[in-house]
Design a protein. Structure first.
Length: 467
């Protein structure tokens, strides 16, 4: 079972799932050109709709969700604040990443200044094993990451009611002062056995665009720097080379597992996060982290720092007390209660409060560490990596302009206010500071080896919640 594609990121999936299509000269000639309707790019998420998708499905070119359907050929031009750059890139989109109505989403790379994203789509002819003519070239203006998101009257949104964690759909009926919004939503009334309309006034921090199913999301930008900063927490080439090989090997195994346990269209969502989950724990055992980024909640800065966590671990923490879920009189056994928790992974859904992308059960994300769930926010790893990158870029620009007049502390405050609060902690210095000398006697730390040797790795206690 092997297939070759033009996209290196999809080689693992392609090699396992699909046989290479044979060129069939008896098939009639097909010439499908997609008609593309591109929306606005909010927070780096661009919605695209192929308006003539029904014509494509009628051609019956594809047999399963794992086959390549579209190829995005794109380039982006930055604004005038910095030297203009023209970059080109290609990305393959699988059939399973496209909704039946032809809608799909591209995750772009937000920048400090606005830029033009220029792209076209080509369709794969699986009968001839070739790409068909491209669509018309589309240009979308991607706004600056630092701009506030706007909500308008009569817009349909998601919001979290006070003391509630799960967002619910609503419609904005009035835009008030001081970032307050009056919403209208439906709530089930058990007494009337029906839904009733209600109104509520909430702050903008509890208001979100409607969620986007990550099944239909394709990431255009590279995630290499994000992996180094947040998963490996190292900058050396050796650890990343090990990570790359390990992730590639694990991806093949995870594809096989997901192929057996999930619906065909769900495999595309789960195999890569599952591989990252395992690879990260192996790398943490092999290499000690060199640095750590501390990021404050950039939706509500008063919430303090964000904590990296996994969807499965979060779900277990919510239900870790099995006795609380099942009273002794109602539960037949503890294993039944645990079984219900495991079954609940299928319905566990977490949505990024910044880009509104849903996250699967194996994915990592950041959540407010010191705030209750009803008041806290959840942010995906990609958005946190964007804040870290843009915070550093803005500080470099401000240094060139303001450093003769302002000290670095003032520049840090400005960048943290505009983008989000980011602090980097050098763990190598922190480790060396533990070796203190008292009365000429050197104290050894628990992880230190002999004076002439450096222990390269440290064993960690096994925590079942991490898995």
């Amino acid at each position: 079972r092997k297939m070759t594609t033009n996209n290196n990121d999809d080689q693992t999936l392609a090699q396992f799932l699909e046989p290479e299509p044979e060129q069939n000269t008896n098939k009639p000639e097909v010439n499908f050109v997609p008609l593309v309707d591109a929306g606005t790019a909010n927070n780096g998420i661009l919605k695209i709709v192929v308006t003539n998708i029904e014509e494509l499905w009628a051609l019956e070119l594809f047999e399963n969700p794992y086959q390549p359907c579209f190829k995005v050929t794109c380039k982006w031009v930055t604004g005038q604040q910095r030297p203009a750059q023209l970059l080109s890139h290609e990305k393959v989109i699988m059939v399973g990443n496209i909704a039946t109505d032809g809608s799909l989403y591209l995750s772009l790379d937000p920048q400090l200044d606005a830029y033009d994203f220029i792209f076209s789509l080509q369709t794969r002819n699986m009968h001839k094993n070739q790409w068909m003519p491209p669509s018309q070239v589309c240009t979308v203006k991607v706004p600056s990451f630092s701009l506030d998101l706007n909500f308008s009257e009569k817009e349909y949104v998601d919001f979290r009611n006070y003391n509630d964690y799960q967002p619910i759909p609503a419609q904005i009926v009035e835009v008030l002062e001081n970032d307050m919004f009056k919403l209208e939503y439906e709530e089930y009334d058990s007494a009337k056995a029906d839904y009733v309309e209600k109104t509520v006034t909430v702050d903008v921090s509890r208001l979100y665009k409607q969620e986007i199913d990550h099944q239909y999301l394709t990431r255009i930008h590279s995630q290499q720097q994000m992996e180094k900063d947040l998963y490996l927490q190292r900058s050396d080439t050796e650890s990343y080379a090990v990570w790359h090989v390990l992730d590639k090997c694990l991806s093949t195994i995870c594809v096989e597992i997901c192929y057996d346990f999930y619906q065909p269209e769900e495999l595309l969502m789960h195999y890569a996060p599952m591989s990252v989950l395992v690879a990260r724990h192996v790398l943490q055992y092999l290499f000690e982290p060199q640095f750590e980024y501390k990021v404050n909640c950039f939706i509500n800065d008063s919430h303090g720092g964000l904590q990296l966590i996994n969807v499965r671990r979060k779900y277990l923490e919510i239900h870790r007390n099995v006795a609380a879920l099942h009273d002794a009189e109602e539960s037949s056994s503890e294993s039944d209660a645990i079984g219900e928790i495991i079954d609940g992974f299928d319905t566990a859904r977490v949505c990024c409060d910044w880009c509104w992308i849903t996250m699967g059960e194996y994915e990592y994300y950041y959540t407010d560490a010191d705030v209750c769930m009803a008041e806290g926010h959840d942010v995906c790893v990609s958005c946190v990596a964007t804040v870290i990158r843009l915070n550093g870029e803005l500080k470099n620009i401000l240094q060139e302009i303001l450093q003769p007049e302002l000290i670095m502390d003032c520049i840090d405050v400005i960048a943290d206010f505009v983008i989000g609060s980011v602090k980097v902690i050098d763990l190598t210095e922190k480790k060396s500071s533990k070796k203190k000398t008292t009365n000429g006697v050197k104290r050894k730390t628990e992880i230190d080896g002999d004076d002439d040797e450096t222990v390269a790795c440290k064993k960690r206690k096994y925590d079942p919640l991490l898995i």
